[in-house]
Design a protein around this ligand. Structure first.
Ligand SMILES: [Zn+2]
Ligand SMILES: [Zn+2]
Length: 359
């Protein structure tokens, strides 16, 4: 045996003696009652008593006649002499977070064979949870609320997908076109040096925290105790590694780099009376791709045209005065003539299906 065995404790239900030893006291030293294996429990940590010279032969069996625990090595009950045949092993005690007192109380069956010292009285039943209000009431409410939400969603979905045709007038046609103007600019920025662009200049390097890593930082250990089932238990240490965060440093590059930046956005807007046209921004500074530098590299301060965007919109009005605004493609917008009625599909929710605009 490599591990030492320790004494489980038990309390005598007959006379109330507490903290009796599971291996050494098979019977209560005060009143002689047989040990009830169901009353075994683990001692408070630190107050373990080693079961010296204990030879482990297996889990105790429980006498079918008098409920007494008997060593696995015994063929007959030490208490009443009953045979081992058909007897069951005693229940093992789980090591809970608070090893205080018996954790499970099992009522003892009346014994078929009379025995003067068999413990008849079970422990007072542990009080259960206080009676609670029936959960069916709140469950019913929850069902009703969920049902109502689903019903509301179903109505909304129905209204969204149900459309009716409406004949409307074109109240307004509007367009906007915009162009970005970009300037070749010297930017001050930073990046981790392994990701710095090749054309960076005026570089300064600094050590900065890039992230963190988990490093081992000692161990958390606890004793795991196992009921051997014969009034003794074994105990071993279970340890897990504890970790802490440690910062990871890297070199950060602070640098300047020349990039095209949006300087401003020029915009033109109009209605049906004005043909859509693109703004013509004035570009300042040295022209891009000229002078001195090789490969058409722009000079700082040069301007160029950036991205373009356009938007076409109509306002539609019903005879009752209700208005809808729709964004359309340039072609569909251009095809709509003012003064002619337009058909529009209107959803049950009141919104317009802008894809349905037709003349
Ligand atoms: Zn006793
Ligand atoms: Zn017995």
């Amino acid at each position: 045996m490599t591990e030492p065995f320790y004494e489980m404790l038990w309390d005598c239900a007959q006379c109330g003696a507490k903290g009796l030893l599971g291996v050494s006291h098979r019977h209560c030293p005060q009143c002689g009652a047989a040990q009830d294996p169901a009353s075994r429990y683990f001692p408070e940590p630190g107050s373990e008593v080693e079961a010296k010279h204990h030879r482990y032969t297996g889990v105790d069996w429980r006498c079918t006649f008098c409920e007494s625990p008997n060593s696995a090595a015994a063929a007959f009950c030490v208490n009443c002499g009953g045979p081992k045949d058909g007897a069951k092993d005693v229940k093992l005690v789980a090591d809970g977070p608070e090893p205080a007192g018996p954790q499970a109380v099992t009522a003892l069956k009346p014994q078929p064979m009379g025995s003067p010292v068999a413990p008849q009285t079970a422990f007072p039943k542990l009080t259960g949870k206080p009676p609670q209000a029936s959960p069916t009431g709140s469950l019913r409410w929850l069902t009703i609320v969920v049902g109502l939400v689903f019903a509301a969603l179903a109505v909304l979905a129905y209204q969204f997908f149900t459309k009716h045709d409406e004949t409307v007038q074109l109240a307004d046609k509007a367009w906007t076109r915009e162009v970005d103007v970009e300037r070749f600019t010297s930017l001050s920025t930073s990046a981790w040096c392994d990701a710095m662009p090749g054309d960076a200049y005026q570089v300064t390097r600094k050590r900065e925290q890039r992230g963190s890593k988990q490093v081992p930082d000692g161990q958390d250990c606890r004793a795991v105790r196992t009921d051997a089932g014969d009034g003794s238990f074994t105990q071993r240490q279970e340890c897990s590694t504890r970790y802490r965060d440690e910062p990871v440093y890297d070199t950060r590059c602070h640098y300047r780099v020349n990039r095209w930046q949006v300087l401003r956005t020029d915009k033109l807007a109009g209605n049906a009376s004005l043909m859509p046209a693109w703004p013509q921004p004035l570009l300042a500074g040295p022209p891009a791709g000229s002078m001195g530098l090789s490969g058409g590299t722009a000079l700082l301060g040069a301007d160029r045209l950036g991205s373009k965007r356009e938007q076409y919109q109509v306002t539609l009005q019903s005879a009752k005065g209700k208005q809808w605004t729709c964004k359309l493609s340039a072609d569909r917008w251009a095809a709509l003539a003012e003064g002619k009625p337009v058909t529009l599909k209107v959803r049950g929710t009141g919104g317009a299906d802008c894809d349905s605009v037709m003349q």
